[in-house]
Design a protein around this ligand. Structure first.
Ligand SMILES: [Zn+2]
Length: 307
């Protein structure tokens, strides 16, 4: 677990899978070997594996302790989900996510707010856990916050095309159970979730990867960190910010959102918290010619120079 102190807030990265590799086409149809080679001067072979045509990847959520509240942003893949069409998360049985939560000094009952950047299956998994063959909320006391537009889109998809069509079944087994027994709010994509003297948590629209994808901006004492969900998947998109991801709902809109987010981070010094960036749970972005690079280029073993 790596921790960022942000003014009066503390942000823990919660890795469910800190490092794995995925085949290049899993993420990008347009990424060439030459593109990969060009980036080897700043991304090592664990992140860009040309010989095996693979990219380094993570599945990570973030726990934000701010103004006396525990806010969980995103919820990874989860355990025991039946996913014949999403094999990377089929019947996972890992303790990493819960171990990381415990290491952060928090139990599931202590989570006050859960917010998802979007409702794809690798961002909602831990919202539920299996108990006596039933999916029950993992965070029973939390207010669950989703984009209303995103929720309604997948609700309709499930009703018209069946459960498996709505994010591999995750809308039914991971999202709907919390709406039955927990407080949940369907909000606009610029909603303010917390606004206290110690800091704020607000949504930033970053649509395109999904219909109403949001980023989550945490601010405290003049510092800012942005959990970007799938607005950016892999650091190589800093070199190619307009390159679409295979599963983007609206690739052009996703590219606009990504560019605007990276410009914002480079211009303001805001931290970029990208759940799928292996090695860089907390990244500072700088300009490089007309694209971008990660400024704090240290391995995770070095703790990124953070407390
Ligand atoms: Zn994702």
């Amino acid at each position: 677990m790596v921790t960022l102190n942000l003014g009066a807030a503390v942000i823990h990265s919660l890795a469910e899978i800190e490092y794995c590799t995925v085949g290049v086409p899993f993420l990008y149809n347009d990424l060439t070997t030459e593109d990969m080679r060009r980036n080897l001067d700043w991304l090592d072979a664990e992140m860009v594996d040309i010989d095996n045509e693979k990219l380094g990847f993570s599945f990570r959520a973030y726990l934000v302790k701010i103004a006396g509240q525990n806010v969980l942003v995103d919820a990874c893949n989860g355990n025991h989900k039946n996913r014949p069409t999403a094999l990377w998360q089929h019947q996972l049985d890992r303790t990493d996510f819960m171990d990381a939560l415990k290491a952060a000094g928090v139990t599931p009952s202590d989570i006050d707010v859960v917010v998802c950047t979007h409702l794809h299956c690798d961002h909602v998994g831990w919202l539920t856990r299996l108990s006596d063959s039933e999916w029950v909320p993992t965070f029973p006391n939390a207010r669950h916050v989703f984009s209303g537009k995103e929720f309604q889109f997948f609700q309709q998809k499930m009703e018209t095309e069946g459960s498996a069509a709505a994010n591999h079944g995750s809308f039914e087994d991971s999202v709907l159970p919390v709406t039955r027994s927990c407080r949940f709010d369907l909000v606009e994509s610029d909603a303010v979730l917390i606004d206290e003297p110690a800091g704020s948590v607000r949504l930033m629209p970053s649509p395109g990867h999904s219909i109403d994808h949001v980023s989550v901006a945490i601010s405290s004492q003049g510092q800012e960190a942005i959990v970007c969900g799938d607005a950016v998947h892999h650091p190589i998109q800093l070199d190619m910010p307009l390159m679409p991801m295979r599963a983007d709902y609206d690739p052009k809109l996703a590219a606009q959102s990504r560019l605007s987010l990276l410009n914002h981070c480079a211009d303001t010094g805001a931290w970029l918290l990208a759940g799928h960036f292996c090695k860089y749970p907390f990244a500072l972005i700088e300009r490089h010619q007309d694209v971008f690079r990660i400024k704090n280029r240290l391995s995770i073993g070095d703790k990124h120079g953070l407390d």
